[in-house]
Ligand binder design. Structure first.
Ligand code: FAD
Length: 419
């Protein structure tokens, strides 16, 4: 194996979102001094709690965080999802009949845990820092291929030579564009409004998804927060899909009017509610790269695929990329292979293509089916939901799918094994 610090064993990751940070840590945990991992992102200089999103981390991804030695720190802030309720109605309907319920456990563990982006990022950053990842708070502006390596230019003007550049720079990836990799894309004309909501009553670990005509409205349980005076604050995260044209007026409306709109969707089952964080809106779209690799380049996370949050799987898909890419790189480097070679990168492309395509098609189809108020469509889908609710075998299959535990050929990290 080449000595650390030389270009043969250097991997530069552009983008320190949750996917990029997880890959950096997984590589260092697996290869220690056998790899030089450099993580570049201007956002590394910012407070990770500025991102108000919260994520449902599926059981498979939780196992990976456990294998990376992170789960103890994350679990202190995480809320297991103990059950799930799905309703389908118009906004004006006086009651929201429950069409489908799921128990949250699969193989004796919750199928998912809710955790805020800020808490998870902070734990990952600490682990990367102490685990030997070199953290550079500046962007990557470009790269040039030079024979057996790639020269990566940083915003400050410095050039780093590496065997491999991993583009984890999000859905609008500049590096994907520079590599000339096509991006199949369509916008949904919907935005996801996210916020943390405080409420009077305990959510008891229940996640609720209301399918409304403008799009799904999800209430996802967060861990209670203990206040300075010792009182306990019950909290949930919302993902409120809304037609994009309505979003600016909604977000600029008087706080009381916005709260009234929220109450129409949230309901009164958890008592009095209030915004704990300022709502932020994210335009929703579908995107998938025509290739997940280029010369000495691998795309990771949202840089490779962007899906609708209807099933809370976007980040989980990116963490699956992490587990696969880390395993392929670790196994190859232990054999003395070049981690940026076409042979190694093609293994990654082949391993991820089918799963990502399938998830893209399913989430796109679900959104089209459920963001629709035509009566015949509603009748058919409600009949379908009711039928699924009466089929325990199918429900078990679906919950295993959501937990990411369906496959025997899953990468080692997603089975909770170290690399
Ligand atoms: C409303 C909403 C709710 C969601 N809920 C869930 C959920 O419950 N569960 C789930 O699994 N997923 C969910 N997702 C999806 C999830 O948010 C994304 O899939 C995930 O955050 C993508 O992570 P990432 O690390 O790939 O990219 P990002 O988080 O986009 O990170 C990209 C990083 O790259 C950096 N960067 C950009 N350009 C450069 C450059 N040139 N050089 C260096 N760095 C650069 C940026 O600063 C950024 O830090 C949701 C998405 C939305 C919109």
């Amino acid at each position: 194996m080449a000595a650390a610090g030389t270009e043969r064993s250097r991997i530069v990751i552009a983008g320190g979102g949750l996917a990029g940070l997880s890959l950096a840590l997984a590589l260092k945990r697996a290869l220690a001094d056998g790899v030089d991992v450099v993580m570049c992102d201007p956002a590394l200089a910012r407070d990770p709690h500025g991102d108000r999103r919260s994520f449902a981390i599926a059981a498979a991804a939780r196992r990976m965080f456990e294998a990376l030695g992170l789960w103890e720190a994350v679990s202190a802030k995480a809320q297991p999802i103990l059950d799930m309720v799905i309703t389908d109605s118009s906004l004006q309907d006086p009651v929201r009949p429950t069409f489908l319920t799921f128990e949250g456990a699969v193989d004796g563990e919750p199928f998912a845990h809710m955790v805020t982006s800020g808490d998870l990022t902070a734990v990952l950053l600490d682990a990367c820092r102490s685990g030997g990842v070199s953290l550079r708070p500046e962007g990557v502006t470009g790269f040039t291929l030079r024979g057996g390596h790639t020269d990566i230019t940083l915003a400050g003007g410095e050039t780093l030579s590496a065997a491999l550049l991993v583009a984890a720079d999000g859905a609008r990836s500049r590096l994907r564009e520079q590599a000339g990799i096509g991006w199949i894309f369509w916008p949904y004309k919907q935005s996801g409004i996210v916020a943390t909501i405080s409420h009077e009553r305990d959510h008891e670990g229940r996640a609720v998804e209301h399918f409304l005509p403008a799009g799904p409205f999800a209430i996802l349980p967060l861990a209670d927060e203990v206040q300075a005076d010792g009182s306990v604050q019950h909290r949930s995260s919302i993902v409120w899909s809304e037609r994009s044209e309505n979003v600016p007026a909604l977000l600029e409306s008087h706080p009381e009017d916005l709260l009234a709109e929220l109450e129409k969707r949230f309901g009164l089952q958890l008592g009095t509610i209030a915004f704990e964080t300022k709502p932020q809106a994210y335009p929703l779209a579908f995107g998938v790269a025509r290739s997940f690799v280029g010369e000495r380049l691998a795309l990771l996370g949202d840089a490779a695929h962007l899906i609708h949050p209807i099933a809370g799987q976007g980040l989980n898909l990116g963490l699956h990329d992490v587990a696969v890419l880390a395993e392929i790189i670790a196994d190859s480097m232990r054999l003395g292979m070049d981690p940026g070679s076409a042979d190694v990168l093609m293994q990654y492309e082949r391993a991820r293509r089918a799963d990502i395509t399938a998830m893209g098609i399913v989430t796109d189809g679900l959104n089209r089916l459920f963001s629709n108020d035509m009566l015949p469509v509603r009748l058919v889908r409600d009949l379908g939901l009711g039928l699924v609710d009466r089929m325990p075998g199918l429900k078990r299959f679906l919950i295993r799918e959501a937990a990411g535990l369906r496959r025997d050929d899953a990468p080692r990290l997603l089975k909770g094994q170290t690399l």
